[in-house]
Design a protein around this ligand. Structure first.
Ligand code: RIB
Length: 299
């Protein structure tokens, strides 16, 4: 049994890097493209494995070329493939990612594919894995009934739960009481609170509003500005590490992976945040998401 279980999707990320993200109706000649592993859940699992964490990844894929990429990626990163459901009638997902090479910022369209059909009754074996983990980490890319069910099971079994609420979308009140760590970026935090975050003061207001919903601990990642943490008592503001950014895709996933790894090792919250902040920073120095996750030696 692993320390950390991650529920989420694998997709093949097809990234195009150019001098800008084209506007609607515009064509540009880009510089580079890359096809590699993506999907928030898979990126997070890779980040944990590369740090040396013991992680199980729970997902669903098709039996096609990108499904092969998923299995090979997991094997290469020493993540077991036995918790992946493969269905020959479904397609493995893809994401089209446009990257602005000057800022490293992106625009993403994800076609989730196979995991859109994921059902609670398909994952009874995987539920046992969750029950026996110290940490359960998930996002909002698989069907919400499955996500909520797994969060509840994790909480009932005294796991620490982390919800990375990405991409931002409506969640019911029941979610909030089953989340220990809620990790939106500033845009997602605005979606859930209605507070536009441009400063530390607004990040603090948004974090307090999220805590009033019943979430225990909130970490708002602020891109190149760093992050803000609050748990109703302690507050921590950390600046981002300065790096030469190429592509920010997957930086949030690197952060969540680093956080889960730190918590699984019993580190203090300050140590976890510092580690996750570093992992996120280094992940932006390469084009791509899953393959850009750093190893412990890089940190
Ligand atoms: O967080 C980045 C990820 O979101 C990408 O890898 C893309 O596949 C989408 O799921």
């Amino acid at each position: 049994m692993s320390d950390i279980s991650v529920l989420g999707i694998f997709v093949a990320d097809i990234s195009f890097s150019g001098t800008k993200i084209p506007a609607i109706g515009e064509t540009i000649l880009g510089d580079k493209y890359n096809v590699g592993p993506g999907g928030k859940g898979c990126n997070q699992a890779i980040a944990i494995a590369r740090l040396g964490g013991r992680v199980d990844f729970i997902s669903k894929i098709g039996k096609d070329a990108y499904g092969e990429l998923a299995l090979n990626t997991l094997k290469k990163n020493e993540i077991k493939t036995e918790n992946i459901i493969q269905d020959a009638n479904l397609q493995t997902g893809v994401a089209g990612i446009l990257v602005d090479k000057k800022s490293g910022k992106n625009a993403i369209n994800v076609i989730v594919g196979a995991p859109t059909t994921l059902k609670i009754n398909e994952i009874s074996k995987q539920i046992n894995i969750i029950k026996n983990s110290k940490i359960f980490l998930t996002q909002l890319e698989v069907p919400k009934d499955v996500t909520l069910h797994c969060l509840k099971i994790a909480k009932e079994n005294r796991c620490i739960t982390i919800l990375n609420p990405a991409p931002a979308s409506e969640i019911t009140k029941e979610f909030y009481s089953n989340i220990d760590y809620f990790t939106p970026n500033e845009t997602e935090a605005e979606f859930y609170t209605g507070i536009k975050i441009t400063s530390e003061k607004e990040a603090k207001l948004a974090a307090h509003k999220l805590i009033s919903f019943g979430i225990k601990k909130v970490i708002i990642t602020l891109g190149e500005k760093g992050l803000f943490y609050a748990d109703g008592q302690d507050e921590i503001y950390l600046k981002a590490n300065s790096v030469k950014t190429v592509d920010t895709t997957g930086a949030g996933d690197a952060f969540n992976g680093g956080l889960a790894f730190g918590l699984s090792k019993g580190k203090s919250i300050k140590e976890c945040l510092e580690l996750a902040n570093k992992v996120a920073g280094i992940s932006t120095t390469k084009l791509g998401a899953g393959n850009a996750m750093p190893y412990l030696a890089d940190i």
